[in-house]
Design a protein around this ligand. Sequence first.
Ligand SMILES: [Zn+2]
Ligand SMILES: [Zn+2]
Length: 253
Amino acid sequence: MSYTQSPPLTKKEIEDFCSSAKVIRICTHNEDGTIHAVPVWFNYKNGHFIIKTPEKTLKVRNLMRDNRLTLLLDKEIPPGKGVIIYGTAEVEFEEEEIKEGTTYKEGLELLEKYMSKEEAEKTFAGFRALTDWVTITVIPERVVSYDFAKDDKHWNAVAYTQFVLYTRPDRITDEEVIFHIEKKICLVCKKEILKFTYVCPECEIFYCMNCSQALANLENVCWVCNTPIDESKSSKPFEIEKYEKKMKKSKKS
Ligand SMILES: [Zn+2]
Ligand SMILES: [Zn+2]
């Protein structure tokens, strides 16, 4: 069976992701052939990634020897998405740069992404007193991306797993409904809802993200009140046997 990569992000989605992400993982080549990977703060400007780091770090030593690198931007909460950037880095040491006055401006700009202007100025002064810094400018050469939210095969597999594990009860009592709403528990998987959630607009019952996606992809109705989850799609009762047959067929092709 072949496994295909999830669909990519569009150019605009990549730009938005690069502009809004807080942390990027920078991967450089160690001398022994292993990869050095660390999360860093960064600024995204005119298609380049600006990273500030202490001069005496392994990533700087690695880049001075081999300026090729990989950056990874990813999203931890499902549905996952990511951008992998292959490129080269230019490393600028502080002294040369201070003359041009860019270190100060760029350093502040980067910090202001994470804190107020006033805090940035104080933090910057503190950092500067601590050690010498370098500016790493990453010039992307090749960009690869993936977005699980666009991947129907992925969601079908998630949906299938949910529905094999959890089947709709014949009857849900009012007490059960109240219990699930009060405790913020997903009606399908019974797990506590932490972050993302779907609340039925009709009966106000909670579904966790996986279960609401699964419901929307399959029977597409609220288990309590039969209100459609995704109004743009049709609603139909879910039949596991039919679904298994369909899965087997798509596995062969
Ligand atoms: Zn759930
Ligand atoms: Zn409902």
